[in-house]
Design a protein around this ligand. Structure first.
Ligand SMILES: Cc1cc2nc3c(=O)[nH]c(=O)nc-3n(C[C@H](O)[C@H](O)[C@H](O)COP(=O)(O)OP(=O)(O)OC[C@H]3O[C@@H](n4cnc5c(N)ncnc54)[C@H](O)[C@@H]3O)c2cc1C
Length: 353
């Protein structure tokens, strides 16, 4: 077992709020580590709407989810936060003291351990998990024949592949299989409940053209069962819009039904919750446990609005409150980034007039 990483601050979640939290902590001379269950930073902005424009970030009339994330990352760069991605923070245990003065022992699903003096939960609506196909007995085919991301699919050569979903990710993925020149699948079937899609109209047009050309096909229906040999899935049973059941030869299934948020382990850390959100005060954004703060979409208080701008404000006040714990002997005063030579030094800027 690796030795734990000691840190003044641990940020759980690297969405927009977690990233800005790292920046505000940096301005107060507090270095932090960030953990996110996804393999990329940006939270909902990158996982759910990377190319959609956002119009209500102060002084940024328009930017996409991905651009906002890149700018936030750039802003935190002077403070060199350490990212631990593709791992979920699973346990948080207080190490002692009536007000948690001993800090916390924190573990992740990848086995990383931290001893943290303060914790900032910026977990948004929770960890994103792919929406699952819930059909009794199907789970046994996971990883060999049933997948929730196209990346993990083994070679599709000669296989009957069924792609489920109706968004751009699902249609684009089915098209990439249909248009493959090497390792061609025996058949590519896109399946969705009905003949209507949330994908962009241009993507739907490309899918229909590929069906018309015989490179793939679309079937409307829902899976109601399956056939198998001792250890292999061979057919899916579908119920069509008219209720008629048909059997579809199937070697590989890729379910692309998007991501569903799950508050997950945060619910088990002994914090006061209200409707699956972490209760905080509005002075420090501290939870019912001293030294654990909650910022962004994950928290609740009277008047809460789930907006990026609100997360930024919350992160700022939480950072000041944490500074009082990390530097009990210092008086922490507000300084301006425009004029403070101390902040310029922290930001790695040459001394300015
Ligand atoms: C389609 C859409 C459009 C939107 N448009 C706007 C808009 O125009 N303006 C606006 O202000 N807001 C908008 N929002 C809302 C905005 O995206 C959220 O308010 C914002 O993303 C919240 O940021 P966050 O960092 O608090 O949480 P999130 O973005 O949800 O990030 C939380 C991160 O924490 C991680 N996490 C959770 N639990 C754990 C754990 N236990 N361990 C490790 N990691 C964990 C998650 O994987 C996730 O990456 C929109 C939302 C959607 C869905």
């Amino acid at each position: 077992v690796d030795a734990p990483i000691h840190t003044d601050a641990l940020v759980v979640g690297a969405g927009p709020t977690g990233l800005f939290q790292a920046f505000q902590l940096g301005l107060l001379d507090i270095r932090c580590h960030l953990v996110d269950s996804l393999s990329a930073v940006g939270g909902q902005c990158v996982a759910l709407y990377p190319d959609k424009p956002i119009y209500d970030i102060p002084a940024v009339p328009v930017c996409t989810g991905r651009e906002l994330t890149q700018r936030l990352l750039q802003q935190t760069e002077p403070f060199q936060p350490t990212f631990h991605l593709a791992q979920q923070v699973s346990t948080v245990a207080p190490l002692g003291g009536a007000a948690n003065e001993g800090g916390f022992d924190v573990t992740t699903s990848a086995g990383t351990r931290f001893v943290a003096r303060t914790i900032f939960i910026a977990g948004g609506v929770g960890s994103f998990m792919p929406r699952q196909l819930s059909l009794d007995g199907m789970a046994r085919f996971a990883r060999n024949q049933l997948f929730y991301t196209g990346d993990a699919l083994p070679c599709a050569a000669g296989a009957h592949v069924v792609v489920m979903g109706d968004d751009d990710a699902a249609l684009d993925y089915a098209l990439s299989l249909a248009d493959a020149t090497a390792d061609r699948a025996a058949s590519v079937t896109l399946m969705h409940r009905r003949d209507a899609f949330t994908a962009a109209p241009a993507t739907v047009d490309r899918m229909r053209a590929a069906c018309a050309a015989g490179r793939m096909r679309f079937v409307a229906g829902q899976v109601i069962g399956f056939e198998h040999t001792a250890d292999r899935l061979t057919h899916l049973t579908l119920s069509g819009p008219d209720g008629h059941a048909t059997s579809l030869p199937t070697d590989l299934v890729v379910v692309l039904w998007g991501l569903a948020p799950k508050l997950g382990p945060i619910a088990d850390w002994g914090l006061q919750l209200a409707r699956k959100q972490v209760v905080v005060d509005t002075e420090k954004f501290e939870t019912s446990a001293p030294r654990i703060f909650a910022v962004g979409d994950v928290n609740t208080y009277p008047g809460k609005k789930k907006l990026i701008l609100c997360g930024f404000h919350e992160a700022t006040l939480a950072a000041y409150a944490a500074a009082a714990y990390v530097f009990p002997d210092r008086t922490v005063q507000v300084q301006y980034t425009t004029t403070s030579t101390r902040l310029h030094k922290l930001l790695g800027l040459a001394t300015q007039q």
